[in-house]
Write a protein that binds this ligand. Structure first.
Ligand code: AHM
Ligand code: MG
Length: 338
């Protein structure tokens, strides 16, 4: 197969973006490249996941005498490591960690950004070889530069994100990230070990035919949500259907597919968990940002996700995200209009 070597790598792309903005300091580009490096390291380990019995179980020492870490702990350490050693990030919050980590050294205290991430989302799927992912959101810190960052830097509404993205460890490994200027996707080319621009300027189709929700919870959903799911099932060729139900149970893959093909993803509150399952800061906000930049919408069922003022790091939220027209139809059900 002939590989097109003229395609930009992630590093080349971020540098090119920088050239268009002579006043930019390059800190964000650096941070994205650091994230790309962590993703490549995680990818190597994810690809070995099925060999765990051969290479050693998590929590044990493997045949090479190395400690084997659980993959989500490994992913967390990689992310935290590259961001701590980089020059752009003053601190991080992670779904894996109870509290935020403030780096507090001279370079970090002068860095512009903080990063919130879910290092390995859908990790329950690892054992059965189903795609998993990493999700991240980047915020400009609001605390005074020159000093350690503060809790308030992590508790900003999602609309303040300057960049957000995800990595999907799937049939190929892909990194997609958004800044206000657009959404771009990079596929890992294993022959050179680089992410290369494969999906420039991603736009979420205005409408689609896919709806993604955990049907097993149907009778635990509010009746308005049930009404919309019912509507999805009743779509036919005369009213934009028929729809297809697709739910991997790995949000990164589910939302990625819908972003490319058009569709709607829902994780509503349930009777036993009215606040939903997904975490506002690590899961909902990044996907809301990416989807909005791509032309879609995201809400918690009552308001725009990106306008929610967070109060705690690990707070959960119901989440509805996807193609603009599908989201607008959903909203007519949630508001009681239908
Ligand atoms: P996790 O952060 O513990 O991995 O959980 C998040 C995952 C999402 O990727 C996915 O959309 C959801 O949980 C699936 O949950 P459920 O099995 O309840 O449908
Ligand atoms: Mg998660």
């Amino acid at each position: 197969m002939n590989v097109n070597r003229k395609v930009l790598t992630l590093d080349e792309f971020t540098l090119q973006q920088l050239r268009n903005f002579p006043n930019a300091t390059g800190e964000l580009s650096n941070l994205l490249r650091d994230i790309g490096l962590a993703a490549k390291r995680i990818n190597v380990e994810v690809n070995k996941a099925g060999l765990v019995d051969i290479l050693g179980d998590a929590g044990t020492v493997n045949v090479q005498g190395e400690d084997v870490k659980k993959l989500d702990v490994y992913a967390n350490d990689q992310f935290m490591g590259v961001l701590r050693h980089g020059i752009s990030c003053a601190g991080i919050g992670s779904e894996e960690l109870d509290d935020s980590v403030i780096f507090d050294d001279e370079i970090s205290n002068n860095s512009k950004y903080v990063c919130l991430f879910d290092p390995l989302d859908g990790s329950g799927n690892i054992d059965v070889n189903v795609s998993i992912g990493t999700i991240f959101g980047v915020y400009r810190r609001i605390s005074e530069k020159g000093k350690p960052c503060t809790k308030a830097d992590f508790l900003q509404p999602g609309r303040n994100q300057v960049a957000a993205g995800y990595i999907v460890y799937g049939s190929s490994t892909m990194m997609v990230y958004a800044t206000r200027r657009g959404v771009n996707g990079f596929t890992l080319d294993p022959s050179i070990g680089e992410f290369t621009l494969s999906h420039p300027n991603i736009k979420c189709p205005e409408s689609g035919k896919i709806y993604s929700v955990n049907h097993g919870n149907f009778f635990q959903y509010d009746e308005r949500v049930q009404g919309y799911i019912d509507c999805c099932q009743k779509k036919n060729k005369d009213n934009g259907g028929p729809y297809t139900q697709r739910y991997i149970g790995s949000m990164v893959s589910d939302v990625h597919r819908n972003l490319i093909k058009g569709g709607i993803f829902m994780y509503p509150g349930t009777a036993s968990r009215p606040g939903g399952k997904l975490r506002l800061l690590y899961e909902c906000n990044p996907f809301a940002f990416i989807t909005e930049v791509a032309g879609g919408k995201a809400t918690d069922g009552k308001q725009r996700i990106l306008d929610v003022q967070p109060t705690t790091l690990h707070q959960r939220s119901p989440f509805f995200v996807g193609s603009r027209l599908m989201m607008e139809e959903l909203e007519t059900y949630l508001s009681g209009e239908v």
